[in-house]
Design a protein around this ligand. Sequence first.
Ligand code: ADP
Length: 582
Amino acid sequence: MKKKGFIKRFLPYYKPYKATLVLDLFCALLYSLAGLAFPVLVRELLGRLEAAGGLSLRVIVTVGGIMVAVKLVETACRYFMITVGHIMGTKFEADLRRELYGKLMQMPASFYDNNKVGDLMSRVNNDLFDITEFSHHCPEELFIASVRILGIFLYLLFINVWLTLIIFAAMPLFIALAFLLNGKLESNFAARRKKVGEINANIEDSLSGVGVVRSFANEDKEMQKFERDNKEFIDIKSRSYKMMGLFFSEVTLSTGLLYILTVVAGAVFIAKGIGGLTWVDLMTYVLFVQTLYSSIDTIITYSEQFQTGKSGFNRFAEIMDVPVDLTEPMNVRSDVDYSGDVQLQNVTFAYDESGKSVLKNLDLTVKSGTTVALVGPSGAGKTTIANLIPRLYDVKEGAVTIGGVPVTEISLKELRRNVGIVQQNVYLFNGSVKENILYGRPNATDEEVIAAAKAAGAHEFIEKLEKGYDTSCGERGVRLSGGQKQRISIARLFLKDPPILILDEATSALDNESERLVQRSLKRLCDGRTSIVIAHRLTTVRGADTICVVTEEGIAERGTHAELLQKGGLYASLYRMYEETA
Ligand code: ADP
């Protein structure tokens, strides 16, 4: 896809907030004009007083009144910009986050193979925050600063052309210096953020593995590692404070020099009577120099923020541009018989475009309502075969069909509603046991949830939990054993009741008793469904209607347990070896 320019891509996000942004910028305009009005009013006041030759209470009261009015306008504008501007920024951030989250939900499985969830989280949080800040501050502040600089320039030109030109001619030097130092300061800040991130990651790592640390009595070593990081932290922070010191001293020096230049040059102008400059005019110049310098400072600071926001947005755009290769079919077939045969026809598949094929010209039929067990060495491609059925990945050649219809012609949602998967690692969300089971079918009744739990052999232990079905589980919940988690996940599937089932049998990590319970629930679950079981233990496959031995060369043998034993091939020898060790 051709990349659109940053501005072209970023501007449309302002669309829902056009009115707010215009109002915001209008306030920014008023705010900057109010800032300019103050020195002008002082000049007006002093000028008139001088012309009147002394105290004129009426003039003082009028100008003072105007000053108060101007300050009130300035205050109101500031209030509006801070509140409404930030709220707009937050909504802006929420929009981007929604878009990003939606996209992450649709990302192909290969995306998650190559990206860590932790990185993605930090992207979502940091980048989006940078973008938000930039989305409203940059237009506001840059606008204010530009209006002020231009306003000051024009007004001062009107007072005295030459003195104004002298002051503005000196500025590029100060600006260049400030830009240079600010750039260094920012890159130092970035390094500092990175270092703090590393230290935190290290602390998290060793705290998560605190059991291992203790069991090897390596606390001292961890402490040394920590000390090293902590020292680096001091170094890097000291460097950044030195840089900060330089930057702010430069600002002080530059403003000071600018004042001196203005006062000295102005005094010369007055002494020599050049351009009719009066002391009141000079006073105005002095008042404006401060505003002028702070406006320049703003531009420098925000051009840096602009860069951060821009790179945050570019990273956001990068994720948005990842092609979602598993797309909904154009013409969805509505006549799919999900209880029909599941077939892989002449399937070739590789994880990488250019990588070696994991599956080559593979044919496999799972007859309606039967169970096919896949056995064989690890890395042979069993999980890969299973992944192709719910389209976690798409085949490169050949087709996967359900009831004769290629899965690429079935709506993804429908397909996944009809294929149930039991995975090795059960993931329970933070929520109650009941909510976790309901994940299978959110509108199920309590009775249905209990029936599903009973079918999965989970009801008994759930009842014994402190709050029964309302006990919270997941990361922040009660500690459930591996077997209990498995049975909750099986209950989920009983509730979902899909006609097609994929089981990645992961009972090897369970103790014998749990394994027996889980196996029993799984068997019940497979009953009457078209199932593919990835078997890790040969005892569990005996009952399958067909056993396929998957090797790197493809399916080497297929048949029933008895047939394969009689054949005396690979399965028979695997089985014999298994029996000997069991
Ligand atoms: P099995 O389930 O039989 O142990 P897999 O289907 O998991 O085997 O793996 C088959 C091959 O594909 C292995 O060589 C493995 O390294 C590779 N593989 C598995 N998953 C991925 C992935 N997400 N990305 C790239 N290669 C993968």
